[in-house]
Design a protein around this ligand. Sequence first.
Ligand SMILES: Cc1ncc(COP(=O)(O)O)c(C=O)c1O
Length: 399
Amino acid sequence: MIIAQRVNNIKPSFTLQMATKAAEMRSKGIDVINFSVGEPDFNTPNHIRDAAKNALDQGYTKYTAGPGMIEFREAICTKLDRENGILYKPSDILVSNGEKQSLYNVCQAILNPGDEVIVFAPYWVSFPEFVKMADAKPVLVNTLSENNFEPDFSDLESKISPKIKGVIINSPSNPTGGVWNNDAIINLLKLAKKYNWIVISDECYERLVYDGNFTSIEKLNQIHKISANVITCMSLSKTYAMTGWRIGYAAGPSEIIKAMSKIQGQATSCANSIGQRAGIAALLGDQTCVEKMKSSFIKRRDFILELLNNLEGINCAIPNGAFYAFPDFSAYLNRKGNNKLLKDTFDISEYILDSVQVVTVPGDGFGAPGHIRFSYATNRGIIKEGMNRVKKALNEIEE
Ligand SMILES: Cc1ncc(COP(=O)(O)O)c(C=O)c1O
């Protein structure tokens, strides 16, 4: 066998597949509406693009220090202090090729074969796979959809074992858009401290919280003097519309950061130099662009929510963060569309795609049967047309 077992053990990135499918249909001239996008539709703000152009002209085109340019790590420390109220030294920071690599690095750095990591369902598709790539096992724990998809603590308690080494938190969440209450996070931090779990906090949507303020998990850890081990992973992708630049970072105990840096050093050396220079402008520059994008997202959220909740049989909780709505489509399960039985949300999404050319992401892929993810990182006109089409498709499903 040519291909290693490791490859068979993991699933391909399922959301990327949906995006690819949409792109393929569009290239064939099909008028597709795409609600599967996991990135802002805005261009990177001007002052950040200018910083990248200057970086090229000034010769920032070489390898940087493995953990990231010192000036960029200093900028990250400034930002973490200013936005999150947490103090770090540059030596506690590791810059990576997108936060995805930060998360991969943490799992590689802390997990041994046989270790277990708590992953809350619905989960971002990559979490279980990062854990499996480190030869460890994801332990899926339920959340309560009626409660911002916060942890079901009784389910969690029933799954505690000495094998658990870590827990992954993602608030605001992809795919649900849910933002956990501080109380839920504090409870979880206390459990992490009690059982010695490392908390991996994916905060890539930290700046996209709509009602109320976001508090970093490490900040709560400090305020409440819990002293759990927290690794905070953040990204420039969603906040500054910089998904293609591939710049993310991790902040945490220097022992873990050093181990992650060692792994990264032998994998990709450093993140790209131009992106890091642009990152300095993003983090230290004018933040009005972030507020502008956020206010567009709120309007779009409210718009799609109204349209979704007007659909027959659909119920969608208010997502308080990120740019996803995660309505419950279970009223359409086990009915027929185009003469085919709709057994799960893969079938419903496929039916919607085939009948009205709208791409959505089935919740079954996120460990959330019955739900479908709609990204509203797209303009109002597209949201309106897309939802009209979805309505038409649903109306044609047999009782
Ligand atoms: C929950 C979550 N974490 C991490 C990432 C990765 O972000 P980056 O572009 O920084 O790799 C994404 C991107 O979709 C995400 O949704």
